[in-house]
Ligand binder design. Structure first.
Ligand SMILES: Nc1nc(=O)c2c([nH]1)NC[C@@H]1CN(c3ccc(C(=O)N[C@@H](CCC(=O)O)C(=O)O)cc3)C=[N+]21
Ligand SMILES: [Mg+2]
Length: 281
């Protein structure tokens, strides 16, 4: 079998077009502020793509670039100022932050109503107990991709590879809420390949280039590759060995052009949701 390719660029473009329509009918531009400290290369492409997508969809979006040596206190002061600014609906602090700043202190300082990353304990907790919440963009994007691919989730065996607060844990919560039977596996799991082979739906989010081989994938499974890894030779690869996996999967996302563009579209979706909730629009 050769897998169908799930076109994340196309699904994201459709989602963004729908958001642009909704923004037009709002009568105001939802405000998004991205705070970036230093210039971690992992977030460079992201910031550029995000600004372009936000402008095109009619959002009032800006990146606040701070120097690498910004103190935690100074960053917290910027966050508080954005919390208090009525024109700002969404706040995103780019991760990773420099080592001298406690990322968790900054994440928990963001007003949960403006937390468009969905990383605040209030939003993570609401997701865990099944209450409406701002939901992390990457797993939310994966759910859109699974819907677009026509994957049936109810009763399906879903395996999430990775247990981060950013992807793995919220991903498992969303799949569980959709009635999948969810297993979370990670770098310390024994017999990773065997666990992955049990998956009808496999979501790989460990940040290890091409860890998942073709024979880890059950014939016909849906494979979502969250990894975006830059190899020393400059090539961008996922957590899945695509050329092998495509021979086994029923459907698979590419890297680039899979989950990445969905993360950005969902950031805009969260910003619109936050704007509507905050302003009663
Ligand atoms: N608070 C916070 N929230 C984040 O969501 C967050 C973050 N910090 N820090 C950095 C990472 C990285 N990230 C990406 C999102 C989209 C693409 C993306 O659109 N990638 C395209 C292009 C890739 C390329 O050409 O390099 C693709 O996969 O097709 C990449 C990376 C969000 N992150
Ligand atoms: Mg096989």
């Amino acid at each position: 079998m050769t897998a169908r390719i799930i076109d994340g660029k196309a699904v994201a473009a459709t989602l963004r077009a729908g958001l642009a329509e909704r923004v037009k009918s709002l009568g105001f531009a939802p405000g998004l502020r991205v705070v970036r400290v230093g210039d971690d290369p992992a977030s460079g492409v992201y910031v550029r793509n995000k600004d372009r997508a936000a402008q095109q969809a009619g959002f009032d979006s800006a990146t606040i670039q701070l120097p690498e040596d910004t103190t935690e206190a100074a960053l917290l002061a910027v966050v508080r100022q954005l919390n208090e600014d009525p024109a700002v609906d969404g706040i995103l602090v780019q991760l990773p932050l420099p080592a001298h700043i406690r990322a968790d202190a900054v994440i928990q300082a963001v007003d949960p109503a403006k937390d468009v990353d969905g990383f605040h304990a209030i939003n993570a907790g609401k997701l865990a107990i099944g209450q409406p919440a701002l939901t992390p963009c990457t797993p939310k994007g994966v759910m859109h991709l699974l819907a677009a691919a026509g994957a049936s989730l109810r009763g399906a065996r879903a395996v999430v590879l990775g247990r981060s607060n950013i992807v793995g844990k919220p991903m498992a919560a969303l799949l569980l809420a959709a009635d999948a039977t969810v297993t979370v596996v990670h770098s310390r799991t024994q017999n990773l390949a065997t666990e992955c082979r049990r998956a009808d739906i496999l979501v790989a989010a460990v940040g290890r280039p091409e860890l998942v081989r073709g024979d880890w994938i059950e014939e016909g499974a849906t494979v979502i590759d969250v990894g975006i890894n830059r190899l020393p030779n400059g090539r961008l690869v996922g957590d899945v060995a695509f050329d092998e996996a495509v021979q086994h999967a029923g459907a698979i996302t590419p890297v680039p052009g899979g989950v990445g563009p969905m993360t950005i579209a969902c950031l805009l979706e969260n910003t619109l949701e936050a704007a509507i909730a905050r302003r009663g629009a």
